[in-house]
Design a binder for this molecule. Structure first.
Ligand SMILES: [Zn+2]
Ligand SMILES: [Zn+2]
Length: 300
């Protein structure tokens, strides 16, 4: 049997979650309980309330939460003149004062057992150097709905490939960053593969990259067989295998208008990493994390 690349084919269940949303505890327009209830009503299994520079403790604010609420915070940091927002997922208290150094912030989040994510690089107009100056963080946001809807700087895929290409093995996350002023919710989420739904299991799954991120399309499987990669997904306009190359087309398109649900690609040279992106008929994307699998070059 052809082996699947994780998180596909792994034991466990799929759990849907949003890791970036605001409440009236900072600049969001809904209360913590209204926020959590919305996610519960829309099929989410977990949510991280990430108010600015204060942990919205679910035990205090949503004691009867119908879904898993992971205590979290979005921490402002700066290394003048560059600003960063660092998501700290799974921390009970501010692990460090805000407006400190971004690396110290990441280190403090990690030391507190949290997941550290660099939020919305494109919204900050981060350069490659701004991102490569950091290390030890678990991931970066590759899609942020609020930054997209506000100023069309929600997609940070160029940033992601640029750091991946240089060996920074960070996870890619899609989030809402919902402030609830307009419908900036339900637009980007994670599907995590975990043995059970509790905070340790979800955090461990996220930390290990056992998830994919999506705006809607579903990815059912990614299999690797020698140099062949097969992707199965919900109906798609395009299926891409993205890597560190440009002379080797690795895309399948529904040119005839009939949606694709499968594509197989053959790699023709050594790849440092690969990732899969699926685009549905409404131009919504889903993204796997990057695979550093070192596909062998074709013998010549
Ligand atoms: Zn932010
Ligand atoms: Zn935010």
């Amino acid at each position: 049997m052809t082996p699947s690349l994780p998180p596909f084919g792994q034991p466990g269940h799929w759990f849907k979650g949003n890791l970036h949303t605001h409440t009236t505890q900072s600049d969001g327009k809904v209360t913590p309980s209204e926020n959590v209830q919305w996610h519960a009503d829309h099929g989410y299994h977990f949510v991280a309330l990430t108010d600015h520079n204060r942990v919205t403790d679910p035990r205090a604010w949503v004691p009867d939460a119908p879904i898993l609420v992971i205590p979290s915070v979005e921490i402002s940091a700066r290394r003048a003149p560059v600003e960063y927002h660092i998501l700290a997922i799974g921390v009970d208290a501010m692990p460090i004062a805000h407006n400190g150094d971004p690396q110290a912030t990441i280190d403090a989040v990690n030391a507190a057992g949290g997941l550290s994510i660099v939020a919305h690089p494109y919204w900050h107009d981060h350069t490659l150097e701004d991102l490569l100056a950091l290390h030890g963080h678990h991931g970066i946001e590759i899609f942020n709905a609020g930054c997209w809807l506000d100023i069309q700087k929600g997609h940070s895929l160029v940033h992601w490939d640029a750091v991946l290409r240089r060996g920074q093995r960070v996870l890619g996350l899609a989030t809402d960053d919902s402030h609830w002023v307009y419908p900036d919710y339900g637009r980007g989420w994670e599907l995590a593969r975990a043995p059970r739904l509790d905070q340790p299991a979800i955090l461990e799954a996220l930390r290990r990259g056992q998830f994919y991120s999506t705006m809607g399309p579903e990815i059912y499987d990614v299999q690797l067989d020698g140099r062949q990669v097969t992707v199965r997904c919900s109906p798609a306009r395009s299926i891409f295998l993205v890597g560190d190359y440009y002379h080797c087309p690795t895309a399948a398109h529904a040119w005839d208008g009939r949606p694709l649900t499968e594509a197989t690609f053959t790699m023709h040279r050594q790849q440092e990493y690969l990732r899969v992106e699926v685009v549905d008929m409404d131009y919504q994307s889903a993204w796997t994390n990057a695979y550093f699998i070192g596909i062998e070059p074709e013998s010549r």
